[in-house]
Design a protein around this ligand. Sequence first.
Ligand code: MN
Length: 285
Amino acid sequence: MIERGLKDVVTPVATSDGAGVRLQRSIATERLDHLDPFFLFDHFGSENANDYVAGFPMHPHRGIETITYMLDGSVAHRDSLGSSGVIGAGDVQWMTAGSGILHEEMPKIGPRRLDGFQIWVNLPAKLKMTRPRYQDVPSSAIPEVARPDGARIRVVAGEVDGVPGAVREIFAGPTYLDIALPAGRTFEQPVPRGHTAILYVFQGEVSVGGAAPSRGPAIRAPHLAILEDGDVVRVHAGGAGARFLLLSAQPLREPYARYGPFVMNTREEIAEALAELRAGTFIKP
Ligand code: MN
């Protein structure tokens, strides 16, 4: 068993997207364009409605999956598949854009704050034009594993201590865990060798790998940590405890072309998507 070490730590970049939503971006920046198969990592969070209420009006996606995980507040959505709804605290929306969808994602002004994550996972060439679909997962359907040492793990995708996650049948075989770890405790989790694996620390601080005397540097919230290859991840919580996401997925190692909300394999396929949008043939029957 090889333990995964720490490869790099990325500081999120403050940016604005959609009609003017302020967010912290860790992947899809000048510093880190992508981390195969992850093509975007956004953390949105604010107590100020002006930072998010403009939302993401109707826009297309093709060739990727977009995964939205809410910590607080809510986002209303509707799309060209005819679906609509509201995702709230603890809910997940796993959207496979495939051949194409048009949707809007509009945060609602709430009593507290808006907090959550959106991640894009690339689709392999053979599935780029697959039929679009949603897996809408309410918070109550996401299993939570409580370990004897006080760690609490929400299993969005993947498997923890034999408990399978709520989201299944995803090509990249992803792990998506939300882990709350008490002060001084260690979280250990197998992750398939060869998978790209990242941590996103959003509360407290952690260190990665090794026995106590040789632990790595502190990774403080909010930071993205990129892990080296191996079979197992070991994360230690700092003195105030920590909360973080652990994500892993199989890299595609295919050519890619990104333009806005599209990730395809070639420039020609991007041009085709844009031409179809103009012609009104983007959405496939
Ligand atoms: Mn979108």
